[in-house]
Design a protein around this ligand. Structure first.
Ligand code: AVI
Length: 322
């Protein structure tokens, strides 16, 4: 059965896989890289020397933690610190530790699509920084912005680190920033990481490591289709391929079929054909400059309060207000 319009799907994953693999050109969303295996692979990516983003952002937050604490805590009224896509929280812990030792009144509300990542994060925070009041929230960014909107009357600060915004197309990023704007009040702040345009080779190396961790991460979406939807993808029959366009600042990941092949996905009743060298587009990782970030903020009705960067301006954390 192919392109059966009447098929009903049991999950958003099933629906999107069906749509993506029956489209031309084929695509799958990078949000489906993340399950227990994918979370672990992403942690391994963040520890790779080639994946500069994590270490640079870590250093930016560490060097500027006093200034960031002053800015976020303002007049000293208690605030709720929401974090979208919290992951393992390694960088956030710099701020959590600093806020705690400075006696700043706040509670921490990490949000992630992966319950597994949240459970590990909660456990490690209770263990390492026991003074932090933590309440986790599982869901997609879009779902949880609604929850932020309806949260208690405390001042809100939203963290969105790791250049996670880069996994959205500009149009989606504007929509997302608009939703963020709608979920905060005057006086609330947003602290976001944006990876900057740089030597294209540095970017290609970050997304195409020689050890193959990024390739395994990219292919994990196929592994999930096999496990969760009864697919029979042979992962060895796909190449991980990365391109970077220095003009647009867009890095794109693909899975390229090495051979002509057919794949069955049982629970979707789907049989797909891939020609030799046919692509499945899986991820974009957008790189920015000040002009683009200003444009995004402007489109979304946000104002840049300040930014923090490393000496070579490879990465920037911007603070926005309404
Ligand atoms: C989560 N996200 C910001 C990462 C990125 O840089 O696009 C995901 C990633 N993909 C490949 N390596 C890391």
């Amino acid at each position: 059965m192919q392109n059966n319009q009447t098929t009903t799907f049991t999950s958003a994953f099933a629906q999107e896989v069906y749509e993506g693999l029956t489209s031309f050109p084929k695509h799958l969303s990078s949000k489906y890289f993340y399950d227990e295996v994918g979370d672990k692979l992403f942690q391994d990516i963040m520890a790779m020397p080639e994946y500069y983003l994590t270490d640079i952002e870590f250093d930016i937050l560490d060097k500027n933690k006093t200034s960031i604490a002053n800015l976020l805590s303002g007049t000293g009224e208690p605030f709720s610190l929401f974090e979208l896509g919290a992951g393992d929280g390694k960088k956030t812990k710099i701020l959590l530790r600093h806020f705690t030792t400075q006696g700043i009144a706040f509670d921490y509300r990490p949000i992630d699509i992966s319950q597994n990542a949240l459970d590990q994060l909660e456990h490690s925070i209770k263990d390492e920084i026991p003074g932090v009041e933590i309440n986790t929230l599982q869901g997609t960014y879009f779902d949880t912005l609604r929850d932020i909107n309806q949260a208690n009357g405390r001042k809100k600060v939203i963290l969105f680190l790791g250049s996670n915004i880069g996994n959205l197309l500009h149009e989606q990023a504007v929509e997302f920033l608009k939703n963020m704007r709608d979920s905060i009040n005057e006086g609330d702040l947003i602290l976001m990481g944006f990876d900057q345009k740089k030597n294209p080779q540095t970017i290609l190396d970050a997304y195409n490591d020689k050890t193959g961790i990024t390739a395994a991460f990219n292919k994990n979406v196929l592994a999930r289709i096999n496990k969760e939807l009864g697919g029979n993808f042979d992962l060895d029959q796909f190449l991980h391929w990365e391109v970077y366009d220095p003009e647009s600042g867009t890095a794109k990941s693909y899975l390229v079929s090495k051979v002509e092949q057919q794949v069955q996905i049982e629970s979707l009743g789907l049989n797909i054909r891939l020609k030799q060298w046919e692509t499945i587009h899986t991820e974009i990782s957008q790189k920015y400059d000040d002009a683009v970030v200003e444009w995004l903020a402007d489109q979304a009705g946000l104002t840049i309060v300040t930014d923090y960067s490393d000496a070579e301006q490879q990465y920037k954390n911007y603070v926005f207000k309404k």
